[in-house]
Design a protein around this ligand. Structure first.
Ligand code: NAD
Length: 498
C-alpha cells in the first residue's frame, strides 16, 4: 500500500508513529493509500527545522522572496493537469473543478508576488523637531496552517502565499483525507527555489493540531474547517498567546426576487448548490424565493434542471459532480435527508440510494431538493455539506434579509434581482461576510480578502489579500530624532506631546 510521507527540511520523510489514516478513492470506495499521522516529537522536529531556517529567509530581500513565488506560479501552471488529477483522485471533485481549486490558490500566489510592495511601511518626516517616524512590517517567525479536505490546493495556498512571502516559515497540517496535493505543492516550492525548512508539511489528526496550538515556537495559527473545531482552535491558540484566525462552516442562502432573470438564477443556483457535490463552504444549499409566484416558477425550473444533472466518477468529463469524500460523510448527508423528511419538509427529489453502474461502492449521493423548509428545523440550521438544496420561502425582501442574518453561520449570501435599489439595501443590511449580487459564489478575488461572520469566522483578520499580509506580519514603529548640532534637550518628566 502506498504511504504518503511528511515533507520536512526540503524532502519527503516517512512517518515513524506507526499510526496511519486511510486515504480513499471516493469513486470506488477503496482505500488507495495511507497517510502517516505524526507524533508530537515528529512535529517538534519539523518546527525546529523551520525555526532554524526562518531567520535567513526573513533576511532575504523581499524581491528575491517574490522571485520564488513567480517561479512557483510557473511550476503550478506547468503541473496543472497532474495536480488536478491527483486532487480529484483523493477528493472526488471532477477534474475541471479540481483545476479551479488549484487556480484559485495560484491567484493568491500571484498576489504574493507583489510582496515587496505589500510590505512597504509608512513614513512621516518632521513629526516633531528633528523627529521622523516610520513603520515596518516584520514576519512573526514560525507560523502554522490547518486546512480542511474540501479545497486541498486552494486553502493551503491562501495561507502559504502571504505567510512565506512575508518571511515566515510555515508548517502546514493539511486534511488527512486528501493529503497528497499539499505534499506535491511543497515539492514544487522547493523546485521553485524555496530554502528547505521554510515550508514543512506534517500530517496528523486532532493530536497533531493540539500540539501545534500548544507549541511555544508557533506564533500564529490559521485554521479552516468546521465551526465547533474552529471555535476550540481559536480559544486554545488564543489562550496560548498566539495570533489566530479560524474559519468555520456555512449555510449560504440564495435570495430570488420576483424581478430576477429566472433562467440565469436557476443556472447559477444549480451550479452553486450541486457543484463539488455541495462540499464547498461557499455553496448555496438554501434558496429563498420571495413571493408565491416566484416560488412556484423557481421550483418547477429547479426540478427540470436537476433532471438534467449527471453524477459521475471524477474523471468523467461530462459529469457535473462526483462522489463525496467518504462513506461516513455520505451516511451523514443521507441521515440529514431523513431528518428533513421527519421534520416535515417536502422531499421533492430524493438523492439517497444513488448508485453508479460499475462503481457501486463509490461515495455517491444524488441531487436532493426540499421545499417548504421551516427555519425552525435542525436540517435547515445545520450545515449538511452535500448535494442537498432546501427551498425556504419568504414573503418579502425584509423577511429574506432576516433569514441569513439570523442564521448561526454568516459566510456567503447571494441575491438575484434586476432591482439595484433592492440589491443595495440587501448588501447593506444582511449580516453576512461575503455578498454576491447576481453572483452565486462570491469568493473574493485574491487582492480582496475572504472571511465570514458569526460562526463562520473567528478572529478579526480575513484570509489572503491585505489581511493575509497583516495576519502574518507585525508592525514595528520607529520614532527617531537627530538633533541638530548635538544640542542637549532639557530633561522632561511629562509625556511628550506634539
Ligand atoms: P474538519 O473541521 O473536520 O477538519 C479541518 C481540519 O481540522 C483538518 O485538518 C483536521 O485534521 C483537523 N481536525 C479534525 N478534528 C480536529 C479536532 N478535534 N481538533 C483539532 N483539529 C481537528 O473540516 P473538514 O471536514 O475537513 O472540512 C469541511 C468543513 O470546513 C466544513 O464545515 C466547511 O464549511 C468548512 N470550510 C470552511 C471554509 C471557510 O473559509 N469558512 C472553507 C472551506 C471549508
Amino acid at each position: 500500500m502506498r504511504s504518503i510521507p511528511h515533507f520536512v527540511g526540503g524532502r519527503a520523510v516517512e512517518g515513524t508513529s506507526g499510526r496511519f489514516g486511510d486515504v480513499f478513492d471516493p469513486n470506488t470506495g477503496q482505500v488507495q493509500a495511507r497517510v502517516a499521522l505524526a507524533t508530537k516529537s515528529e512535529l517538534d522536529a519539523a518546527i525546529a527545522d523551520a525555526a532554524a531556517a526562518q531567520p535567513a529567509w526573513a533576511a532575504t530581500n523581499p524581491q528575491r522572496r517574490a522571485r520564488v513565488m513567480f517561479e512557483f506560479v510557473r511550476l503550478l501552471n506547468a503541473h496543472m493537469d497532474e495536480l488536478a488529477r491527483l486532487l480529484s483522485s483523493e477528493h472526488g471533485k471532477v477534474i475541471a473543478d479540481a483545476r479551479g481549486d488549484i487556480m484559485r490558490g495560484l491567484e493568491v500566489i500571484e498576489f504574493a508576488c507583489g510582496i515587496p510592495h505589500l510590505l512597504k511601511g509608512e513614513y512621516t518626516q518632521g513629526a516633531g523637531p528633528g523627529i521622523d517616524v516610520y513603520s515596518m512590517r516584520q514576519p512573526l517567525g514560525v507560523v502554522a496552517g490547518v486546512t480542511p479536505f474540501n479545497f486541498p490546493a486552494m486553502i493551503p495556498m491562501w495561507m502559504m502565499g502571504p505567510a512565506i512571502a512575508s518571511g515566515n516559515a510555515f508548517i502546514l497540517k493539511p486534511s488527512e483525507r486528501d493529503p497528497s496535493v499539499p505534499v506535491r505543492l511543497a515539492e514544487l516550492m522547493i523546485e521553485a527555489g524555496l530554502p528547505p525548512g521554510i515550508l514543512n508539511v506534517v500530517h496528523g489528526d486532532k493530536d497533531c493540531v493540539e500540539a501545534i496550538l500548544d507549541h511555544p515556537t508557533i506564533k500564529a495559527v490559521s485554521f479552516v474547517g468546521s465551526s465547533d473545531i474552529a471555535q476550540s482552535v481559536f480559544s486554545r491558540a488564543g489562550a496560548n498567546g498566539k495570533r489566530v484566525q479560524a474559519m468555520g462552516g456555512a449555510k449560504n442562502h440564495g435570495i430570488v426576487l420576483p424581478d430576477a432573470d429566472l433562467d440565469q438564477a436557476v443556472a447559477d443556483i444549480i451550479g452553486a448548490a450541486y457543484g463539488s457535490a455541495g462540499e464547498r463552504c461557499m455553496a448555496l444549499p438554501v434558496v429563498t424565493p420571495v413571493g408565491e409566484k416566484t416560488a412556484v416558477a423557481l421550483r418547477e425550473r429547479l426540478i427540470a434542471a436537476i433532471g438534467g444533472l449527471r453524477v459521475g466518477i471524477s474523471t468523467d468529463k461530462d459529469a457535473h459532480y462526483g462522489p463525496v469524500v467518504s462513506a461516513a460523510h455520505k451516511a451523514r448527508i443521507e441521515s440529514y435527508i431523513q431528518m428533513g423528511v421527519d421534520e416535515g419538509s417536502e422531499l421533492v427529489v430524493d438523492g439517497r440510494g444513488f448508485t453508479l453502474q460499475g462503481h457501486e461502492d463509490g461515495f455517491f449521493v444524488g441531487p436532493t431538493l426540499f421545499d417548504h423548509v421551516k427555519p425552525s428545523t435542525r436540517s435547515y440550521q445545520d450545515e449538511i455539506f452535500g448535494p442537498v438544496l432546501q427551498i425556504v420561502r419568504a414573503e418579502s425582501l425584509a423577511e429574506a434579509i432576516q433569514l441569513p442574518s439570523r442564521h448561526q453561520y454568516g459566510n456567503g449570501v447571494a441575491i438575484f434581482t434586476r432591482n439595484g435599489d433592492a440589491a443595495r439595501e440587501f448588501a447593506d443590511q444582511v449580516e453576512i461576510g461575503m455578498v454576491g449580487i447576481n453572483v452565486p459564489i462570491p469568493v473574493p478575488v485574491a487582492y480582496h480578502s475572504f472571511g465570514g461572520w458569526k460562526r463562520s469566522g473567528f478572529g478579526d483578520l480575513n484570509q489572503y489579500g491585505l489581511d493575509g499580509v497583516r495576519f502574518y506580519t507585525r508592525t514595528k514603529t520607529v520614532t527617531q530624532r537627530w538633533p541638530k548640532g548635538g544640542a542637549v534637550l532639557d530633561q522632561s518628566f511629562v509625556i511628550p506631546t506634539m
